[in-house]
Design a protein around this ligand. Structure first.
Ligand code: SF4
Length: 352
């Protein structure tokens, strides 16, 4: 493994156990050194090669000359007034910035990870869309967000959601590899059922995901019940309609036995009418699924969250449907860390 850029150390995070074993072999070391290195990076979460004490000094020196553990540089941390939610701004080696969120509740410690810099899908209610698409993150850049946030939290992270910047299914291979590393029983050891991949509805990838039989949870951002209206706020709907998504969700259930969670953002006068709730019940009738309702988090004046009474009316109507309904009141909205609020413009956060 040679450094592609002179003087630029290659990050180790993102490499699998067999890649690390292969690397150690290149330095004349036996196979078990790769396991030790894997353990230091993902289980011990050590960020300094020289502190990996059970590796021979000569190996540490050689690795340290050409490699580094982390690919991210922490630029800024913003914590909400309650301290429950913190937003982390990182620089990646190519200079762009990304954000991740740590949410510490009583029993759940959740991290929301980014998978791309910006996003190409242009959902009109989402701050990330304003950045446009810049690039896909590497496996290491995705997993490293987790390792940073785990080191920052005094408690063990219990859940990971791929719902930060970007459309995970447009960086499919790397997102799956990152989820596998999070799930690896010799490393981070996070259960597959504690990892959720969220898509805006890239139907061919939902089919592929079902065919490949992954055990990570799947969420689809629905946010609409009529194609014409959904296309206005989620342009990807012109390519993959609501019907296409529902068919793929049915296929996913039949293939894997797992249910999809539909995320439904409640936006005032766009998605929040009783008629929308009725249509949603009708569309999802007979499809084993869960609906997670997310009252909208504003980032500018374009869209608003409905008032509490309207939210309750919508929920009351929906709860008589044939599926489980949950509500997610996003945490950290005052630091723009809520759902749909992540964005980095001109090297810094839009609002902070
Ligand atoms: S909501 Fe998700 S898919 Fe849509 S623009 Fe934002 S990041 Fe992209």
């Amino acid at each position: 493994m040679n450094n592609e850029i002179k003087n630029e150390k290659v990050p180790l995070t993102g490499m699998t156990q067999s890649e690390l074993t292969h690397l150690c072999k290149e330095y004349g070391e036996p196979d078990f050194r790769g396991n030790q290195l894997f353990n230091w990076i993902y289980s011990q979460k050590e960020r300094n090669i020289m502190k990996m004490e059970n590796l021979p000094k000569i190996l540490r020196d050689s690795l340290d000359e050409n490699y580094k553990v982390s690919s991210l540089q922490l630029s800024k941390v913003n914590a909400s007034s309650t301290g429950q939610t913190s937003k982390y701004l990182f620089s990646i080696p190519s200079g762009e910035k990304i954000e991740s969120v740590l949410i510490e509740e009583k029993k759940r410690i959740t991290v929301c990870l980014s998978t791309q810099v910006g996003c190409a899908l242009g959902c009109t209610f989402c701050a990330t869309a304003k950045m446009g698409f810049m690039k896909n993150l590497s496996v290491g850049e995705i997993v490293d967000q987790f390792l940073f946030l785990q080191n920052a939290s005094e408690r063990r992270i219990t859940n990971v959601v791929f719902m930060g910047m970007g459309e995970p299914f447009l960086n499919y291979g790397r997102v799956i590899s990152a989820a596998q590393l999070l799930n690896d029983p010799d490393g981070i050891k996070l259960g597959a059922g504690k990892i959720t991949i969220s898509t805006a509805g890239i139907v061919p990838k939902i089919i592929r995901y079902a065919d490949e039989g992954w055990k990570f949870k799947l969420a689809v951002s629905l946010n609409g019940t009529v194609d014409k209206e959904r296309s206005k706020i989620m342009p990807i709907n012109k390519k993959y309609s609501i019907n296409d998504i529902l068919s793929s969700a049915q296929y996913f259930y039949e293939k894997t036995g797992s249910i999809i969670t539909f995320e439904y953002v409640l936006i005032e006068n766009k998605t929040d009418s009783i008629g929308d709730a009725l249509k949603l019940k009708y569309l999802l009738k007979g499809l084993p699924c869960k609906v997670n309702v997310i009252p909208y988090n504003s980032f500018d004046d374009s869209f608003q969250r409905p008032d509490t009474k309207r939210i309750e009316q919508f929920l009351n109507e929906l709860k008589s449907g044939s599926f489980i309904v949950t509500v997610r009141w996003s945490h950290g909205t005052e630091i723009s860390a809520g759902c749909g609020q992540l964005a980095v413009m001109n090297g810094d956060n839009i609002e902070n």
